[in-house]
Design a protein around this ligand. Structure first.
Ligand code: CKZ
Length: 816
C-alpha cells in the first residue's frame, strides 16, 4: 500500500525525471528511451542528495572538530544509483515512478557503468570505509585520483584474457561533480636551492619546477538514511595555463600541445598491477600529484579556522595512509611545515608523526614499494633531500639506542644501500607515523614478528591491528534483497546499521519453517545467477548443483591452481566410477590478472581449457560444470555472492593479509572452505569451527616446510591421483592443439619447488572438498550451518572497523 505522502513523492519524482530529461539533457521525453530515463532518474536522485551533502559539509565547516583524511590511490565504489536511492530511503517511490513510465528499476540500474578506480580488495575496502564513515558520522573525507581509465575491462578470447580500455568517463558521469573553478597547483622536477633568511638561517626552496594543475572532482558518499553525506574528492590533472602560454608564445604550437597532453596524462590511467609495483615514473608522479593537491586542501581548511599555531594541527587533522601508495605525504608535510611555514625541523617532525597513521595491506615482498633514489630525486628533489634528512635523524636515534648494531641500522634504514639506492616507502611510512596497523589479527602478528620485527623492537607501541570489515549496506542489504527481507521479517531492520543484531537469527537456525524460507531465497538467488550466466555466456547451469565459487584477483598465492587441480580430480573420479553418486557441482571462477603477470594469465587459460573439456564431456554432464565469468567487478560480485554455496578462501597460509571477499560470502550465508590465513582465522572463530571447512598447512608449518627443504616431487610420486592430474595438464590433455602449453604451470609446481605449497595442501584440500559434498547432501544440516554463518558475522561490518580506527587511531568521536 502506498501512503498519501509516498504518492506525492512519486509524482514529484516523475515530474523531476521528465524535467531533467527535457531541461538538463535537452531530450524529448517521448518516445521514452531507457538511457534518457535512467539519466533523468539519476539527476532527480542527485538533487535530493546534493541538499544533504551541502548541509553536511556546512556542518563540518561550522564545527571545529578533528577531521579524518582517508588517502588512497584506489577506490572501488561500485554503481551509485541504487546505493543513493536506498540511502535516501526512496526505493519504493523510485520503483513506482519508473514503472509508471514503463521501466523496471533493476533494469535501469544495469545502465550504469562501474567506476573501476581500483584493483581489488584494497580499493574496495577504502569505499566500504567511506560508506561506514558516512553512516557512523565520523567527520572525514576520502581523497584519491579521478582516473580517466579505470581497471581494464576483461574479455576472454579463445580462453585467454584480453584487456580493453575502460573509458568510464566517455559519457560524463552524473555522479562526478567537477569543480572547474577549484584548482591546485602541483610542482615537479626542478631543484632544491639553498638560501639564508633574514635571520641568517639556512633555508631551502624548491625552484625551476614544472607545474600541473589538479582539478577537484567530488563524489558523494551518503550514510544510510541519516542525512549525512561524506565527500570523496578525486583529483584530475589539467595542464597549467602559465606553462601553456609560455610554450605557445615561443611559437612551438605542436610542441606546446604535446606538452599539455603529457601533463594531463598524470591522471589518465590506473596501474593494474595489484601486488607488484613497477617503479615507473608516471606512477610516482600520480602519487605525488594527489598528495600535493590533497595537502593544499588540508592546510586551507586548517587555516580557515584561524589557528594561531601549527602545534594544534594534529588535534585537527588525522591522515590515514592506505598502504604506502600515498606515503610521500610524510615528506610533503615536512616540506610545507619547514620551507613554507618556517617551523623548525623538530617541531615539524613531531607534528608529522602525530598526524599520520599507516595501514599495511600485504607482506608479499614484491608488493613492498621502493623507488630508486635517483628517480625520486629527479622528480621531487626537495623531498629526496628531506627523506635523507629524516633517515639521518632516525638512524642517529637507532645508533644511540642500540650502539654497535650495524646490522640493525642497515635493516631499518629508509634508504636501501644497493645499486641503485632505493627509498623503502614502508620504512618511511613507519618512521613518520604514530600508528601502523595490519588488517587481520594474523597479519598484524606477522608484521610485528617477521616483516617489521626490528621496527617493533624499536617502537612496540606503534603496531596494532584493525581487522577489515565490509559494509552491510552494499554487501547484504543492497545485493541480496530477498535474504534481507527474510532477515528483517524475523529480527527487524536495524541490522543494516548494527550488524551484530544478526545474532538474533541464531535461534532460527534449527527452525525448519525458517530453514525452508532460507532455502527458497538461496534458490532464487542461484536461479538469478544461472540466468545471468546464460545471458552472458550462453551456458546453461543447474541451480540445484552446489555453487562452488572462487572469485578474486588471479594470483599464484591465492591458489586458483589448487582449485582447478581439485576440479580435474573430480572429473577423473566421476569418469572412473560410473554409476556412483556424486554431489553435482558448478565451479565458478572470476578475476583479472595483471597484464604483465605471465603465470596468472596462463592460469586463466588453464581454467578455460579445463572448462571446455569438462563442460563438453557427456560422461560428467549434470555432475560437474566449470564457468569462468569474464570481467569480475563490484557489480558482478553483487550478483555472484548471494548465489554462492561454497566460498573458496584457499590462499597459502601467511600470504593473504586479510581478504574481504571471505566476509561478504559468509555474511550472505555461504560456507567457507579455507586455510588459516588472513581474516579466515577470525571468521572461523566467529561462525564456529563446526561451520567452516578448514584445511591446509598453517603459516608456521609453511615456514617450517620451506626451511626444511620441501620436496613436491615426493608428493607427486606418492599419490597416484595427483600424478594423474599433473600428467594430464603437462601432456596436453586440456590443450591438444598445443601439448606444451601448460608446462610452465607444472614446472612451477615441480622442478621450481612449488613456492605456494599447492601440492603440499592438495590431499587435505581434496579430502575436505569431499566432506563439503557430503555436508551439502544433507540439506537440513547445510541450511543450519548457512544460517549460523550469517548470524555470527556481525563483527565483520566495516562500521566496527571504522569505529575502531576512530577510537584507537584517529581519536575522533562520531558527530551527534
Ligand atoms: O588488501 C586487502 C586485503 C587483501 C590484500 C589487499 C592488498 O591482498 O588481503 O584484504 C584490503 O586490506 N592489495 C594490495 N596490497 N594488499 C595492493 C593493491 C594494489 C597495488 C599494490 C598492492 C598496486 C601496487 C602494489 C597497484 C599499482 C602498483 C603497485
Amino acid at each position: 500500500m502506498m501512503t498519501a505522502n509516498q504518492e506525492l513523492t512519486v509524482q514529484t519524482l516523475k515530474d523531476d525525471i521528465q524535467r531533467h530529461i527535457a531541461l538538463t539533457l535537452g531530450s524529448d521525453p517521448y518516445p521514452p528511451r531507457k538511457d534518457r530515463y535512467y539519466l533523468g532518474l539519476c539527476r532527480s536522485v542527485r538533487d535530493r542528495l546534493l541538499a544533504k551533502w551541502l548541509e553536511t559539509q556546512r556542518g563540518y565547516y561550522d564545527s571545529i572538530t578533528k577531521r579524518v583524511y582517508y588517502m588512497s590511490l584506489e577506490f572501488l565504489p561500485g554503481r551509485f544509483l541504487m546505493n543513493y536511492i536506498q540511502a535516501l530511503g526512496i526505493e519504493e517511490e523510485c520503483r513506482q515512478a519508473v514503472r509508471d513510465f514503463g521501466f523496471d528499476l533493476d533494469d535501469l540500474e544495469e545502465e550504469e557503468w562501474n567506476p573501476g578506480l581500483g584493483n581489488g580488495g584494497l580499493g574496495r575496502l577504502a569505499s566500504c570505509y567511506l560508506d561506514s564513515m558516512a553512516t557512523c558520522k565520523i567527520p572525514g573525507y576520502g581523497y584519491g585520483i579521478l582516473y580517466d581509465y579505470g581497471i581494464f575491462y576483461q574479455t576472454i578470447v579463445n580462453g585467454y584474457q584480453q584487456e580493453c580500455a575502460d573509458n568510464w568517463l566517455r559519457q560524463d558521469s552524473p555522479w562526478v561533480l567537477k569543480r572547474g573553478h577549484f584548482m591546485s597547483k602541483v610542482s615537479f622536477y626542478g631543484r632544491s636551492e639553498v638560501y639564508f633568511d633574514s635571520a641568517g638561517q639556512e633555508r631551502f626552496r624548491w625552484v625551476d619546477t614544472e607545474a600541473v594543475m589538479a582539478m577537484a572532482c567530488d563524489v558523494m558518499v551518503p550514510g544510510y538514511q541519516n542525512g549525512n553525506v561524506v565527500n570523496m574528492r578525486l583529483w584530475k590533472a589539467i595542464s597549467s595555463r602559465d606553462f601553456e602560454l609560455e610554450q605557445f608564445n615561443q611559437g612551438d604550437y605542436i610542441g606546446a600541445v604535446q606538452a599539455k597532453v603529457e601533463t594531463e596524462n598524470i591522471s589518465k590511467v590506473l596501474y593494474p598491477n595489484d601486488h607488484s609495483p613497477h617503479g615507473k615514473e608516471l606512477r610516482l608522479k600520480q602519487q605525488y600529484f594527489f598528495v600535493a593537491a590533497t595537502f593544499q586542501d588540508i592546510l586551507r581548511r586548517f587555516r580557515k579556522n584561524n589557528y594561531s599555531s601549527f602545534d594544534c594541527f594534529p588535534s585537527q587533522v588525522t591522515v590515514q595512509l592506505n598502504d604506502t601508495h600515498p606515503a610521500i605525504s610524510i615528506a610533503e608535510l615536512m616540506r610545507l611545515l619547514i620551507d613554507e611555514e618556517s617551523l623548525s625541523w623538530d617541531t615539524a617532525w613531531t607534528i608529522c608523526q602525530q598526524t599520520f597513521a599507516y595501514t599495511n595491506h600485504t607482506v608479499l615482498p614484491e608488493a613492498l614499494e621502493t623507488w630508486s633514489a635517483d628517480l625520486l630525486g629527479h622528480i621531487l628533489p626537495r623531498h629526496m633531500q628531506i627523506i635523507f634528512e629524516i633517515n639521518h635523524h632516525f638512524l642517529e636515534d637507532v645508533r644511540h639506542r642500540f650502539p654497535g648494531r650495524v646490522d640493525l641500522v642497515r635493516g631499518l634504514s629508509i634508504i636501501g644501500e644497493g645499486h641503485p639506492k632505493t627509498v623503502r616507502m614502508a620504512h618511511l611510512a613507519i618512521v613518520g607515523s604514530h600508528t601502523v596497523n595490519g588488517v587481520a589479527a594474523l597479519h598484524s602478528q606477522i608484521i610485528k614478528t617477521k616483516l617489521f620485527r626490528d621496527f617493533n623492537l624499536l617502537y612496540s607501541d606503534k603496531f596494532t591491528n584493525v581487522t577489515n570489515g565490509v559494509t552491510p549496506r552494499r554487501w547484504l542489504f543492497q545485493c541480496n534483497p530477498a535474504l534481507s527481507n527474510l532477515i528483517s521479517s524475523v529480527i527487524g531492520p536495524n541490522w543494516v546499521t548494527n550488524l551484530e543484531e544478526l545474532q538474533g537469527l541464531v535461534p532460527y537456525a534449527q527452525d525448519l519453517e525458517f530453514q525452508k524460507k532460507w532455502q527458497r531465497v538461496r534458490r532464487l538467488n542461484k536461479k538469478l545467477l544461472a540466468r545471468y550466466v546464460l545471458r552472458k555466456l550462453g551456458l546453461g547451469i543447474n541451480p540445484s548443483t552446489l555453487f562452488d565459487v572462487h572469485v578474486k584477483r588471479i594470483h599464484e598465492y591465492k591458489r586458483q591452481l589448487l582449485n582447478i587441480l581439485h576440479v580435474v580430480t573430480l572429473y577423473n573420479r566421476i569418469r572412473q566410477q560410473p554409476g556412483v553418486s556424486f554431489t553435482p557441482r558448478t565451479v565458478f571462477f572470476a578475476g583479472k590478472a595483471a597484464p604483465g603477470y605471465f603465470q596468472a594469465k596462463l592460469i586463466i587459460k588453464l581454467i578455460n581449457s579445463v572448462a571446455q573439456v569438462v563442460n563438453a564431456d557427456p560422461q560428467v554432464s549434470g555432475m560437474l560444470n566449470v564457468v569462468f565469468l569474464p570481467n569480475y567487478c563490484v557489480s558482478q560480485a553483487e550478483k555472484i555472492i548471494p548465489a554462492t554455496d561454497l566460498s573458496e578462501q584457499i590462499s597459502t597460509a601467511g600470504m593473504e593479509a586479510s581478504g574481504t571477499g571471505n566476509m561478504k560470502f559468509a555474511i550472505n550465508g555461504a560456507l567457507t572452505i579455507g586455510t588459516l590465513d588472513g581474516a579466515n582465522v577470525e571468521i572461523r572463530q566467529a561462525v564456529g569451527e563446526e561451520n567452516f571447512f578448514l584445511f591446509g598447512h598453517t603459516e608456521e608449518e609453511v615456514e617450517r616446510l620451506r626451511s626444511n627443504g620441501y620436496n613436491p616431487w615426493q608428493l607427486y610420486e606418492e599419490s597416484v591421483e595427483l600424478r594423474k592430474v599433473l600428467d594430464m595438464i603437462a601432456t596436453g590433455y586440456f590443450s591438444p592443439e598445443a601439448p606444451d602449453l601448460f608446462k610452465p604451470i607444472v614446472d612451477a609446481l615441480l622442478p621450481q619447488g612449488d613456492y605456494y605449497m599447492v601440492l603440499a595442501d592438495y590431499e587435505h584440500y581434496v579430502d575436505t572438498q569431499f566432506a563439503v559434498s557430503e555436508a551439502y547432501a544433507d540439506t537440513e544440516q547445510w541450511t543450519r550451518m548457512s544460517i549460523l554463518n550469517t548470524a555470527r558475522m556481525g563483527y565483520f561490518s566495516s562500521d566496527r572497523s571504522v569505529l575502531d580506527y576512530a577510537q584507537n587511531i584517529w581519536k575522533v568521536a562520531p558527530l551527534l
